[in-house]
Design a protein around this ligand. Sequence first.
Ligand SMILES: [Ca+2]
Ligand SMILES: [Ca+2]
Length: 167
Amino acid sequence: MGDAQLKQWFQAVDQDRSNAIDAGELQKALALGNLHFSLAVCAHIIRIHDKDNSGTIDFKEFRTLHQFLTDTQNKFFQADKERRGKLIKAEVSECLKKQGYTLDIPAFEAMFRAYNPERNGQMDLTCFIAMMIFLQSANATFAAFSQGGNRISLDYNQFLYATANVV
Ligand SMILES: [Ca+2]
Ligand SMILES: [Ca+2]
């Protein structure tokens, strides 16, 4: 998407013309694209891309947010081989492997369950995006504590801090 087009979209999402996008504005914009997220998930998306910690998304941050959503949707459509609009467990698992995730079965099962609230073994695009957001923040939080290692040790306060950032 070109810059002019992206700017146009930014302005359409920024309904109160504050030059910044908040969680409510993002929620409404995504709903127009048939992506129905809770306000909490939208606030989470904003937190991940809010590089200057202003609490909102400016145009520069919007570019990476938009890129993230586009990439994630493309991953979903590539994984959805039969074009059912849903991914079965094996497709989600394969898609994560392709992205370099090496999750063991209990970790994968727990995460799949958490993002498959209907418990029908199929994940729609909304749940898939929410799961990818979760993974992105889990990675960032883990990396912040592990400093490049593959193990972390947290006291109670650090644990709270970490989980509050991930969920
Ligand atoms: Ca605004
Ligand atoms: Ca910001």
